[in-house]
Design a binder for this molecule. Structure first.
Ligand SMILES: [Fe+2]
Ligand SMILES: [Fe+2]
Length: 202
């Protein structure tokens, strides 16, 4: 069997769906590789900055790594703008959706809301923009984490002179995260707050 028998889903057999399930399991094993490739594609998006979107992503992750952040934080920093390719109006939600089954709830929330928090740094310069959009999240348990994520890693990472770690450096961390059991409660750890910074790494 190399393909299913049906042309309408409702006509599929048990054998068809077991066959497809096997394919799907194999497909999911390569998510990390696809994401790393998508990051390289980010290099072509959003011109005008001093560095590319890939450069910004790698620089955010490099800062997170050097701040002693754990793997969930580093991978969240690396992928936080991956939605720029296909979802320019909700790139934060797009990235959060990718991360959600595989990282701590805290990191997913921060990535999902980072667009609102980033407006603090430029909203005052644009007509109709709400510089203080993040205030709608005030009081949320992860509010301070998102504020720190943006201050330390996101808004700061547009520097062409910063010593970025190479994308390959982060590949094993991306592989590790996306090889986890999806929605594993020991990974998601609802409500748990892990500091963004610990012992600085060289
Ligand atoms: Fe962003
Ligand atoms: Fe960003």
């Amino acid at each position: 069997m190399d393909r299913v028998s049906f042309t309408r889903m409702k006509d599929g057999t048990k054998e068809d769906y077991e066959f497809l399930n096997e394919h799907e399991i194999d497909h999911t094993k390569h998510t990390a590789k696809r994401l790393l490739k998508a990051l390289v594609d980010l290099d072509k998006s959003l011109s005008g900055y001093q560095i590319t979107r890939l450069g910004h992503s790698v620089q955010s992750a490099s800062r997170a790594w050097r701040d002693g952040a754990d793997t969930d934080w580093v991978v969240a920093a690396l992928l936080h703008d991956i939605g720029d390719i296909y979802a320019p109006y909700n790139h934060d939600e797009y990235a959060a959706t990718i991360l959600k089954p595989f990282v701590r709830e805290q990191c997913t929330w921060v990535v999902e809301k980072h667009g609102d928090f980033q407006m603090l740094y430029y909203g005052q310069h644009l007509e109709g923009a709400d510089q203080h959009k993040r205030e709608r999240h005030r009081g949320h348990p992860y509010f301070d984490d998102c504020a720190e994520f943006c201050e330390r890693w996101d808004q700061a990472s547009f520097d062409p002179d910063y010593d970025d770690l190479p994308l390959d450096f982060f590949a094993p961390m991306v592989e590790e995260v996306f090889a986890r059991t999806p929605y594993d409660p020991d990974v998601i750890r609802p409500g748990v707050r892990v500091p963004l910074t610990t012992e600085p790494r060289a």
